[in-house]
Design a binder for this molecule. Structure first.
Ligand code: PCD
Ligand code: CU1
Length: 806
């Protein structure tokens, strides 16, 4: 349709392209309960698998007797490590270059570790059978405190590594040591500290927590022995990687493995890794010849599949009297639990933690990280973290506040003084990154103006006076966080997963009538890719988004890609989409030239078609061109209109933001009330402002949860204390503050549409804003650093310790 009766604006609006607050198309099925999740998949003859798990955090497994379980009608099989050894799958490789037991092989290293896998006719029988399996354990001394892990007399956790003095990331200095990672210039940094006017030093810990997607991890494995083909449905954030790993481990050829991630009910990094449940379901299906479903329950999820954080960061800043920072020194003790299953790109044992210089122009810095084993669950990178950037942002943002306090400077002013200036981009950081773009002063100023920051400080001062006079029992905190994110893993020169380079991909096929099907290597878990990817294509090739179907998650049809986590989809796949679309447009231009009998150089693009320069009446819409592409292409041109693009980004993207939290705390109850939370995000070009707002709301809610209460805690015996929603704080709309969002736009110079990621930013920036607000509130009573999480009980204790309550 060459609809020139519409104005240019009307034609543009009709596309619902980039920048449009397009309603999420996937929500039509989600809000009607018509999503297709793994648990909705029911196959004929399907069996159910469930785990026997260890009650102990550290114990020898002396004997497993399944005879009573096997006698129960409906129980088909019980797998143990001995059975898996037959197929060489008792252990599996982890993403961090370590190995992990699939089922307990001689011992267990954390509570709820997988010990045996029961396969039964239904879930209930499987569960009953679990109670009938007799496991004989011999308890071993438990190591919970990472600071004790390298004591000379610390128990030996990983007996399989006995005598190994090197690991995947270099030398090991103790039987519970995994790696040391060292970045930056130690000598120059030491010098900066020797010459500093002022220094600060603080142990800043980011406690262990866990993502909690609505849907837990699950899969259905179906081995067709006749065809020799394996179909694996699962909650996979990275379906292609799962297929490759499944092929390498099982030796089933990759083209005979069909991995399908249907709708996913939230991922948050929890669904990146490969878990024992997947392997056991596959083996069980091979053994029984029937499809096998495995579905985790909430306790299993919170206690086993991929914790987050657990970083203990000794942080030092050197500065001049005027507040100019001159050096940063950080040592991290990283608690990895029983196996190092941290989902970082292979070359990065501590992920991108070396973004810890943050938004500030540190001339020198030195970072070292020691990873250690403890009797806790493995995992390590998940929960809106973009590879340890959450920890890095918390570390530097807390430390800048501590420095401001020591200097008697306003924390906003200290930040302004030290920001990387706009004219310094692209900026080379002391720890090795090249920040692509930014305008920090502009964003910070906008935030301060919007909030009337100086007036808030004035109010705080008056409240403090009133508190001292005994006129109020409430204290007020203003938390500032100015974070720099690093997302878009990644350039294959420095990012790969077990050797698989971290590019991403898009395939776009325009049908003859001008509608489109497109497929990507990414996989939405709720982010809304079906909506936003179509918007990029709509703008690039002038076809309305509603005529563009987006399909992800089926490895048979989608081009190979590395999946969705670390806010990489927009920076990497988003670029592939734009470039594939541009290939289509280039071919369309040749076809249009033929149709209009002009040279293609005489044509110009106009919203949804090509027109002759200087004669806009002579034009062909994309719809007309699509028809011609198939049915009347220029002589000699191959028919059809489709393109594939694989994109290996030249650099990461560096979104940033200015977050402010205004909080009132009642010292007698420890109840903290967030009065205002203002979040300014700069993610470059904004594809869908409404989706961005939703992403920020979600990420801030998770940040609020983590900072103000969520924790996976262990007692001395290694019992996990936060493994149900009775104990693990999951905020509802009742507790969640009201969010105010704002933005600036600094496009990424190297990304085809200038977009940077945004999904992780609110968590990265949100946690320090909350924690700084709490710390800022108590600072005038004499505290320097209060450990998270800041639940009411702990805040009440702090107030008491500081003498603020009786
Ligand atoms: N500039 C811009 C950017 C972005 N965007 C949008 O937004 C979203 C997001 O993005 P990004 O940032 O790129 O991201 P991605 O990749 O897609 O995703 C991922 C993320 O995402 C977030 N968000 C979310 N949401 C939901 N709903 N769900 C979920 O699950 C989730 N998760 C989380 C996480 S955690 Mo990790 O995994 O830990 O690493 S990472 C993460 C999408 O839709 C897109 O398109 C726009 O619009 N614009
Ligand atoms: Cu992450």
């Amino acid at each position: 349709m060459n609809d020139m009766t519409l104005t240019k604006e009307q034609r543009e609006a009709r596309l619902e392209g980039m920048g449009c607050k397009r309603k999420r198309v996937e929500d039509i099925r989600f809000t009607q309960g018509k999503g297709q999740y793994v648990d909705d998949i029911k196959m004929p003859g399907m069996l159910f698998g469930d785990f026997v798990r260890s009650p102990y955090a550290h114990a020898r497994v002396k004997k497993i007797d399944a005879s009573r379980a096997l006698a129960l009608p409906g129980v088909i099989a019980v797998l143990t490590a001995e059975d898996l050894k037959g197929v060489n799958l008792a252990w599996m490789p982890t993403l961090a270059g370590d190995v992990q037991m699939v089922l307990a092989d001689g011992k267990v290293l954390y509570q709820n570790q997988e010990v045996a896998f029961v396969v039964a006719e239904d879930r209930y029988i499987a569960d009953d059978a679990i109670q009938l399996i007799d496991v004989e354990y011999e308890e071993l001394p438990v190591l919970v405190d990472p600071f004790r892990s390298m004591d000379p007399d610390a128990p030996v956790l990983r007996e399989d590594l006995a005598g190994k003095t090197t690991g995947a990331h270099g030398p090991r200095k103790h039987h519970n040591h995994i790696f040391t990672w060292d970045v930056g210039d130690k000598d120059l940094t030491d010098k900066a500290f020797r010459e500093a006017d002022v220094t600060i030093k603080e142990l800043i810990s980011y406690h262990r927590t866990h993502p909690s997607p609505l849907e837990t991890c699950q899969c259905v494995a179906a081995m067709d022995k006749v065809k020799g083909e394996l179909t694996l449905y699962g909650t996979f954030q990275a379906p292609h990687v799962i297929r490759t790993v499944a092929s390498l481990l099982s030796t089933i050829p990759e083209h005979k493995i069909h991995v399908i991630a249907p709708d996913i009910g939230g991922g948050f990094g929890n669904k990146v890794g490969a878990y024992p449940g997947y392997i056991c379901a596959i083996v069980a299906s091979i053994v029984t010849g029937r499809p096998v479903k495995w579905v985790e329950d909430r306790m299993e999820n919170l206690s086993t599949t991929s914790f987050a954080r657990d970083y203990h960061m000794t942080t030092e800043i050197a500065a001049r009297k005027d507040g100019t920072v001159t050096g940063l020194r950080v040592h991290v003790l990283a608690d990895h639990g029983g196996f190092d299953a941290c989902a970082d790109p292979s070359k990065w044992p501590a992920g991108f933690f070396n973004i810890v210089t943050g938004s500030y122009d540190f001339p020198v810095a030195h970072l070292s990280v020691d990873g250690v084993y403890t009797n806790k669950a493995p995992g390590g990178v998940a929960y809106r973290c973009s590879f340890r950037v959450t920890e890095a942002a918390y570390c530097i943002e807390r430390a800048m506040d501590i420095l401001a306090q020591k200097l008697g400077m306003d924390p906003a002013d200290l930040r302004m003084k030290n920001f990387i200036r706009r004219d310094q981009f692209p900026y080379q950081s002391a720890l090795g990154w090249e920040y692509d773009s930014g305008d920090y002063h502009l964003a910070m100023q906008k935030a301060m103006d919007t909030l009337n920051y100086r007036a808030l400080r004035e109010e705080q001062k008056q409240k403090q006076e009133a508190f001292k006079r005994g006129e109020t029992r409430e204290i007020m905190g203003i938390g500032i966080s100015f974070f720099t994110e690093i997302v878009g893993a990644g350039p294959s020169k420095n990012c790969d997963i077990l050797g698989v380079a971290m590019f991403d991909s898009a395939e776009i096929r325009v049908h003859p009538t001008g509608s489109v099907i497109s497929r990507m290597g990414t996989k939405s878990q709720g982010q809304g890719h079906e909506t936003t990817w179509a918007q990029i294509i709509a703008t690039e090739i002038g076809i309305p988004a509603e005529n563009i179907m987006v399909e992800e998650g089926n490895t048979d049809t989608a081009p190979y890609g590395l999946g969705t986590y670390g806010s990489r989809s927009t920076p990497v796949a988003g670029a592939a989409i734009a470039l594939a679309a541009r290939k289509i447009r280039a071919k369309a231009q040749m076809i249009a030239a033929h149709m209009l009998e002009v040279s293609e150089y005489d044509l110009e693009w106009d919203v949804d078609g090509f027109q002759v320069k200087g004669n806009p009446q002579a034009r062909k819409s994309m719809t007309e061109i699509a028809w011609a592409a198939y049915h009347a292409p220029p002589p000699g041109m191959e028919p059809g209109l489709e393109a594939v693009s694989y994109y290996d980004p030249p650099n990461m993207t560096y979104p940033f933001g200015a977050y402010f939290c205004v909080m009132d705390i009642d010292v007698d109850t420890g109840v903290a009330r967030t009065r205002r939370f203002y979040a300014l995000d700069d993610c470059g070009t904004r594809i869908n402002p409404m989706i961005i707002e939703g992403q920020v709301h979600g990420g801030l809610t998770e940040a609020f949860a983590i900072a103000m209460g969520q924790e996976i805690r262990y007692d001395e015996a290694g019992n996990v204390m936060g493994a149900s929603f009775m104990d693990f704080f999951l905020p509802t709309a009742v507790e969640t503050p009201h969010w105010e969002t704002d933005f600036t736009v600094t496009p990424s110079p190297h990304h085809p549409i200038g977009a940077k990621g945004v999904g992780e930013s609110p968590n990265v920036g949100g946690v320090p804003a909350f924690s700084n607000a709490v710390n800022d509130a108590f600072a005038f009573l004499g505290s320097t650093h209060i450990q998270m999480p800041h639940d009411s009980w702990r805040l009440w204790k702090v107030a008491k310790e500081l003498g603020a309550t009786a």
